[in-house]
Structures are given as C-alpha cells and as structure tokens.
Ligand binder design. Sequence first.
Ligand SMILES: O=C(O)CCC(=O)C(=O)O
Ligand SMILES: [Fe+2]
Length: 280
Amino acid sequence: MQVSVVDYRAADAAEQFTRSLRDTGFAVLVNHPIPQTQVEAIYADWLAFFDGDAKRDYAFSVDTQDGWFSTQVSETAKGHTEKDLKEYYHVYPWGRIPTALRRPTLDYYELATGLAAELLGWVERHTPAEVAHHFSEPLSGMIAESRQTLLRVLRYPPLTGAEPAGALRAAPHEDINLLTLLPAANAPGLQVRARDGAWLDVPCDFGMLIVNIGDMLQEASRGYFPSTTHRVVNPSGDAARHSRVSLPLFLHPRPEVVLSERHSAGSYLAERLRELGVKP
Ligand SMILES: O=C(O)CCC(=O)C(=O)O
Ligand SMILES: [Fe+2]
C-alpha cells in the first residue's frame, strides 16, 4: 500500500488524488494553495495559547463542542481504555475563539474549507456512477452552508515519562467526517494502517498537505472510499521533550444530510461523540 504524493498543479491531479484515496484512504498534496508561512504562524500562536493560562477560560461546551479540551477530558479512541496524550481546541466560526487568534484562525478556516470543497469536487468527479448513485445529493451540496465543519488545533505535550502504559499521542482511530485536511505537523508521528496490518509513516515533510477519508464518506459511498485507521505514535529521545502541533480540518455535512439508510450526518455524529466520551 502506498499513499501517493500528488502535485496539486499536475494535469491529472484530481484523478491521481482520488485513486490514492480509494486505494489507501489517504493522499498527500504538494504545491497546494495553502501557504506554509500561514500554517507556521498558526502553530506558533496556538502553541503560546496552550502554554498559557487563558485556555482555562475557554473550557469546551458539552452542548456545542467548541472550545478547549484539556488533557484530562481528551478523547478515548473507540475500543481503547487510555485517554490520548493531547489537548485541543475546537474552532467553529460561530463558536468562541480567543480574540488575538480570531482573525488568523478564521482566515485559515476559510482558505482550508474552500480547498476542501474543491478536493471534494475532485472526488465527486472521479467517483464511478454506480457508487455516486447512492449519494442522496451531490457531495458538494452536502457541505453547502454547513456550520459543522470543524478546525481542531491539537497540541501533544512533551512526554514526562509518567504517561500511563500504552497511552499514545493519538490511539488508532478513524475520522468521523467526510474528508480531513491536515497540514504536516511540526513533528512526525502520524501513521496509517495498511490492509496487512502494518503501520506505515504518512509522508509529512513540512509543507505537505495530508488528506484522508472519514467514516461519513465511507458510509455514503457504501465502502468504496475507505476510512482508514491512523494513529500518532509517541516520540523518543530528544523529540519527546517537544510539543507536537497539528491542525486537522474536518469537513462535515449539514446535520440533516442523509448518508445511508442507517444514518443522517447528525445521528451519526451524535453516536460517535458518545463513543468518544465527549458527549453524553
Ligand atoms: O495530529 C495528527 O497528525 C493527526 C490527528 C488526528 O488524526 C485527529 O485528530 O483525528
Ligand atoms: Fe484522525
């Protein structure tokens, strides 16, 4: 299994990109329109936020799911017992955002959401008709006017050595949403599970943009596009003394969008948040 690195500007980029998603659940883009300087500035600004105390004023709302999730409330991946070694902040344009971070973060949200919509269009164009006929509406329509698309700013703290045995920065999991856009983090660690069970490093040179399929697209495509299991492993040596920052954008449909006979986007999300232990 090979996650392809695709040049966004190549004539057949959409086709190569969709093929990699179909084969592996992942694709990596280079020469894409998100400036690396913008990503680096967000990493630096948010790292300072996580290092400070103001985050305590932004504890997440159970009801709306925006705000800061501490390491104590962090997710426990489905089927796991230890919490992930991470803290994170959920940004929605309608939610609470620390004032100084508001403008740059929303600028990034807009840019990344626009690119995500274009990439979803690529996927749509290269979906075989016999699969696309299951879609209750075009994929581009599913996200139109959606208030659910989520920008998660993640901070994996330095390791102290006192972590519970078996706890990982991010335990193996699948994403819930349609498509995830993830600029390469400031440190390695992301791995994807191949069909034979082996863990493969996802290419993550600084500047690359990683894209992966989430469960909602797997559900809507009746399994044609696989939502692949991935994880973030703990670093060793000197790297363990440093934080890792990453910035996934989870592209979500409007809640009333029908994914399959079993699920609307809203019912599916509610079920998954209960399983993660972040919503009753
Ligand atoms: O931090 C990363 O590289 C991946 C994060 C991730 O998979 C997630 O938050 O769903
Ligand atoms: Fe993930």
